[in-house]
Ligand binder design. Structure first.
Ligand SMILES: [Zn+2]
Length: 198
């Protein structure tokens, strides 16, 4: 039986899997894929196969043109009945963020202390697998484990909740915000120090 020759996507998948957590640049990936459309193939691995490939849009320690397979665990778990095109559109719209609790793929969920995997879930369980009836959900919300409202909280409501929380919880929020927005945090601190000195 003749072996199927590996496609550009196969080659890239293999390369990412054997270089987990290493920063790979666009020149390397172009050379491995050996096709001009290598970047599109990388997006397919991420959006259609759910590989946890991150770029400068996901983390501030990467520059444009750098890629990293953060984990060999799939970041999104698909329902096989959902078409590739619909999956990609839902992920593009929802930005790998849980539409119930707002946590991002790959973050540690405070509810169970585990790394978040995203699912594509139906808004109306009995409804069709259409763009309007699908949304990204983290494992916790997908399994209905946390009792978090489906409504996106307004900033005012959210700040009210944080203000009412005890200091350990507030510090946890602070730590999470700093790790999510390190550059913004440094900038905010710098401004504060400057104005204090006046
Ligand atoms: Zn969630």
């Amino acid at each position: 039986m003749a072996e199927r020759r590996p496609s550009a996507r196969d080659k890239l998948r293999e390369y990412f899997l054997t270089h987990e957590r290493q920063v790979l640049d666009s020149d390397t990936l172009r050379r491995i894929a050996d096709v001009s459309e290598w970047a599109r193939r990388v997006r397919e691995l991420r959006d259609q196969e759910g590989m946890d490939i991150q770029t400068h849009k996901d983390r501030t320690d990467l520059r444009p043109g750098q890629y990293i397979l953060a984990s060999t665990k799939k970041r999104v778990i698909f329902d096989r009945r959902i078409s590739k095109e619909i999956r990609a559109l839902v992920l593009d719209r929802n930005g790998f963020t849980c539409q119930m609790c707002g946590i991002g793929a790959g973050e540690i969920h405070p509810y169970d202390g585990r790394k978040v995997q995203m699912h594509l879930g139906h808004v109306d369980e009995e409804g069709p697998s259409t763009l309007a009836n699908l949304r990204t959900l983290c494992s916790v919300c997908n399994e209905g484990l946390s009792n978090i409202s489906a409504d996106r909280p307004s900033a005012i409501k959210l700040l009210g909740q944080v203000r009412r929380a005890a200091m350990p919880e507030q510090l946890e929020v602070l730590g999470w915000l700093i790790s999510k927005f390190p550059d913004h945090s440094a900038e905010a601190l710098r401004k504060r120090t400057t104005s204090d000195g006046e």
